[in-house]
Design a protein around this ligand. Structure first.
Ligand SMILES: *Cc1c(COP(=O)(O)O)cnc(C)c1O
Length: 236
């Protein structure tokens, strides 16, 4: 496990790389939100990263996150669900997260909307639609053909704030091979914006090994685990 000093140092390095990539793309570093992916790591690691300035965290399992939540409830941070969500866990997810970044199904969106309504807060639950990018690694995500209809429907739900798109591209060691998938998602967002006649602020793409390529293609949110928290155990 990474020690506190390495989490702080890792974070600093990641921030520097984000800034450099933003500069190369003639973009402002502030346009890019850093989400630290803390899945499999203990609440202590989240505290360390928080103390080093990190304010957004991503987890991929509702149950794991519920187990950590009380230990980090004192932190003024934003919690993102970034992993695939089954409809039957929607209510729990709406309670435990501020944002669900992996919506790929209409019944799931409806359940999230209902659960958010039951929270009796004026705040909406932020959601991103996950788009399937081909490849065998992940089966989650909506196809690009079904994206416009799902987006239109999600926009009708009063307790959800549809903010943009997310993708997990097929695994490649070489970030240059991943870059075309990032370009595809950016273009899908632009097409969708024209279709729904409103801008979408968020493009969530880029992980530890490819976030610089994602920033060059317009990413506004990078989800970084290993490069901040160290390697994860194989079978958590
Ligand atoms: C685990 C995970 C990440 C972070 O992956 P790293 O390679 O450790 O940076 C990002 N996004 C999703 C959806 C993940 O499940």
């Amino acid at each position: 496990m990474a020690t506190s000093s390495t989490i702080r140092e890792n974070l600093q390095q990641v921030r520097q790389k984000i800034e450099a990539a933003a500069r190369r793309a003639s973009r402002k570093p502030e346009e890019i939100l850093l989400i630290g992916v803390s899945k499999t790591h203990p609440p202590d690691a989240i505290h360390e990263a928080y103390n080093a300035g990190l304010r957004h965290f991503g987890e991929n399992r509702v149950q794991e996150w519920e187990g950590k939540l009380t230990a980090v409830a004192d932190l003024q941070a934003t919690w993102h669900l970034i992993g695939h969500l089954q409809s039957n866990k929607a209510a729990r997810a709406a309670k435990a997260f501020h944002s669900v970044d992996s919506v790929d199904d209409w019944s799931l969106a409806q359940r999230l909307d209902r659960a958010q309504a039951e929270k009796r807060t004026v705040e909406k639950l932020r959601v991103l639609i996950e788009v399937h990018m081909g490849g065998e690694e992940t089966k989650s995500g909506v196809s690009d053909a079904d994206l416009p209809q799902l987006a239109e429907r999600v926009m009708t739900l009063p307790h959800l704030e549809f903010a943009g798109l997310m993708c997990i591209p097929p695994l490649h060691e070489n970030p240059d091979e991943v870059r075309p998938f990032f370009e595809t998602l950016r273009k899908l967002k632009e097409k969708l914006e024209a279709h729904i006649a409103r801008p979408l602020p968020t493009l969530s793409m880029g992980m530890s090994h490819d976030f610089e390529a994602a920033i060059l293609e317009g990413s506004t949110e990078v989800r970084i685990g290993t490069a901040i928290f160290g390697t994860r155990p194989k079978n958590p």
